[in-house]
Design a protein around this ligand. Structure first.
Ligand SMILES: *Cc1c(COP(=O)(O)O)cnc(C)c1O
Length: 379
């Protein structure tokens, strides 16, 4: 007889809560058409160049990928004007985040510092590793108190996580503040790495040129104690293939390649990544679609009386007006109408909702469903 005896950290874990899937909702409510605006995926779907590459390379699926994914790394280094020595790729940026925690922190000794709430992968993977997580609450308006975050750091802190633009609020921290945090950490804590998660950075600002105003990576001047996380899951439309990347201090990047599982980026994901980096048309269309949709959703929800937080990302965080029921009831009502959005209970924000920017048609369906539901509750 086997009696399962996991480590206490694992026994105490609460699982990552993903957005609900289309298939789940179709089955549960007997719907033929379901719109998913829950996981910040690309509203335009898959790039045509990616479809072509996947077809072209399907016949290589029986092979192992090349160790270290050198062609993809080279393509990313060219795209961002950084040295290939600094570029790492992973099975989603989730893998890179997990690896940083496992590589840098000794359980029972070192700590991770992040905000509360934040992207749940940071605290969950830290808990899996048995390392201490220190958290400071976000300001009431969801902006960052970086001085307070800095105050949590001590000589045994090895990682500080900052997400900008932030999930789930869409808030984007001024670049000068992030730079100042990196500088203060560098002066006082030489063993502490600042991880700046820029998963949504390409959506910041009003036009693609704005990215350089907000992004450490795009600024071309990355402090030497900073790791930047980026992903193919959002603007590049490859969430299901699992592909993320990071720009790390070169020495740390070397250790990453040694420590990670050798083939965590599969051969088709690598080809898809290389292909989508060349698809400037798809990219421009995505960024344009998201910016336009973000404006439309913001205006539409405000017109309905909702509170909408300014967003620099491809989603919007909102709260219902007084007298319009709970966020949970609204979420359920939208599900019944075939629209999946994201309740933020798992972020400890039970009255907030997050909706990903969809296609024009999806945004229309969502706003229409919101309007109907609010009319219904108000009687
Ligand atoms: C979506 C997201 C990521 C990307 O995760 P992948 O593993 O690359 O899909 C990273 N950080 C944040 C904050 C995110 O919301």
């Amino acid at each position: 007889m086997y009696t399962c005896a996991v480590r206490p950290e694992i026994a105490a874990l609460s699982a990552y809560v993903p957005g609900m899937s289309i298939a789940e909702i179709q089955e549960k409510y007997g719907l033929s058409k379901v719109v998913k605006m829950a996981s910040n995926e690309n509203p335009l779907g898959v790039s045509p160049l990616v479809r072509e590459a996947l077809g072209l390379h399907a016949g290589t699926a029986f092979r192992y990928p090349q160790g270290g994914n050198p062609r993809l790394v080279a393509a990313l280094a060219r795209t961002h004007g950084v040295s290939p020595d600094q570029v790492v790729v992973g099975n989603g940026s989730d893998e890179i985040i997990d690896m940083l925690i496992r590589m840098l922190l000794v359980p029972g000794k070192h700590s991770v510092v992040c905000f509360e709430p934040c992207f749940s992968i940071y605290p969950i993977q830290a808990q899996v590793c048995g390392v201490e997580v220190r958290r400071h609450p976000l300001n009431a308006d969801f902006s960052f108190d970086l001085d307070a975050l800095f105050a949590l750091v001590d000589d045994d802190t090895r990682l500080v996580f900052v997400t900008t633009p932030d999930n789930p609020s869409g808030y984007c921290q001024p670049l000068a503040d992030v730079r100042r945090l990196a500088q203060r950490l560098g002066e006082r804590f030489p063993h502490c790495l600042l991880v700046v998660d820029e998963a949504y950075m390409d959506f910041a600002g009003d036009s693609p040129e704005d990215e350089a105003r907000f992004s450490l990576l795009a600024s071309g001047d990355i402090p030497d104690n900073v790791a930047i996380m980026r992903t193919f899951s959002k603007s590049y439309g490859l969430a299901g293939l699992r592909l993320g990347y990071g720009i790390l201090p070169a020495e740390l990047a070397q250790y990453y390649w040694r420590a990670r599982l050798p083939f965590s980026v599969n051969i088709l994901a690598e080809e898809a990544g290389i292909a989508v980096l060349q698809d400037s048309t798809f990219r421009a269309a995505t960024l344009e679609c998201v910016r336009a949709g973000r404006r439309r959703l913001t205006e539409g929800l405000r017109a309905l009386g909702c509170t909408v937080w300014p967003s620099a990302a491809n989603f919007i965080m909102m709260q219902l007006p007084e007298g319009c029921g709970t966020a949970a009831a609204c979420f359920e009502a939208l599900l019944q109408r075939g629209i999946i959005i994201r309740p933020l209970k798992s972020y400890s924000l039970p009255e907030h909702l997050r909706v990903s920017v969809g296609s024009d048609e999806e945004n229309t369906a969502f706003l229409e469903a919101m309007k109907q539901w609010m009319q219904e509750v108000r009687g």
